[in-house]
Design a binder for this molecule. Structure first.
Ligand SMILES: Nc1ncnc2c1ncn2[C@@H]1O[C@H](COP(=O)(O)OP(=O)(O)OP(=O)(O)O)[C@@H](O)[C@H]1O
Ligand SMILES: [Mg+2]
Length: 267
């Protein structure tokens, strides 16, 4: 495998519908090289936003899905053994820091804290990454930028970022877009007409009001797009919503009834 940073360039504009001043804030943070944390529930547009910004700023985007088995070496790199002996392979964080990419650490709280601390020297004014095994102190490329995401509320107290990690970042809160904007997003992404998209958004709003009253999480923009895509495939709206919205989100029979009733109100 080659460290091909050009593979990470985003050629075509990822469509992103702004919901507030997030574009200008992100651009200002990038100009100041202030690392950014994106907070918000699953399926609300965080990944799409980063992809759009990487394209807009003309930077390659290196994404890492964090998990608790991830080690510092998975991020930084390691020596690999091959027929010619050993050679060093940059991990995704090193690759991004070396070549001036945007590194997006997705679901960063999933990583253990002793893994997460490797980003510390990169995210203060040192902007360096010590590659201890290799004996190299990598100075980050001037264009290198770090973005992390997490879903607040999912993690237990044991699984939170250290204050010394949090306080290195500026944060942007993401949430469900206003109805009008979400309608536009659903129509664009799924191909349904605006009228159908509006109904889906209204079902979403109803379901989101059940959060904390039996539902752990509201129906996401992603789920509404799924329903729209089924409808665009010719599936009738009711079975489309049952499959894409109701069945995945809960196993509780009463909750399912409540959601089915919400669907029936609109379709
Ligand atoms: N503002 C937006 N503009 C354009 N598309 C959007 C927007 N918000 C949501 N979407 C759509 O919703 C889908 C889900 O969003 P995305 O994958 O970015 O969610 P996420 O916040 O990264 O979720 P997760 O935390 O699960 O990774 C996207 O693929 C995109 O189609
Ligand atoms: Mg994502």
């Amino acid at each position: 495998m080659k460290d091909m940073i050009s593979d990470h360039l985003i050629a075509e504009q990822p469509w992103y519908r702004p919901t507030g001043n997030e574009l200008s804030l992100f651009e200002a943070a990038y100009a100041a090289r202030m690392p950014v944390m994106l907070k918000g529930p699953t399926g609300c547009g965080k990944t799409r936003f980063v992809e759009h910004m990487a394209w807009k700023l003309g930077r390659p985007l290196v994404t890492v899905a964090c998990n608790e088995d991830m080690t510092a070496s998975d991020l930084v790199g390691r020596f690999l053994l091959d027929a010619d002996g050993t050679h060093w392979q940059d991990g995704p964080l090193t690759l991004a820091a070396r070549h001036g990419a945007i590194c997006y650490l997705d679901e960063v709280v999933e990583a253990r804290q002793d893994t997460t601390v490797v980003i510390h020297p990169l995210t203060d004014n040192r902007r360096v990454l010590p590659l201890e095994k290799k004996g190299e102190l990598l100075k980050a490329h001037p264009d290198f930028f770090l973005v992390i995401s997490y879903n607040p509320g999912y993690q237990s107290l044991m699984k939170d970022l250290k204050q010394s990690t949090k306080q290195r970042f500026g944060a942007l809160d993401f949430d469900w877009p206003e109805e009008e904007i979400e309608t536009e997003i659903i129509a664009h992404e799924s191909g349904v007409d605006p009228e159908t998209a509006k109904k889906l958004v209204e079902i979403g709003t109803r379901a989101r009001n059940l959060k904390g009253h039996g539902l752990d999480e509201g129906i996401s923009t992603r789920m509404l797009i799924h329903a729209g895509k089924l409808i665009a495939q010719g599936v009738e709206p009711v079975p489309a919503c049952t499959m894409a919205l109701v069945r995945p989100i809960t196993d509780d029979p009463d909750m399912r009834d409540a959601l089915d009733a919400a669907v029936a109100t609109y379709f």
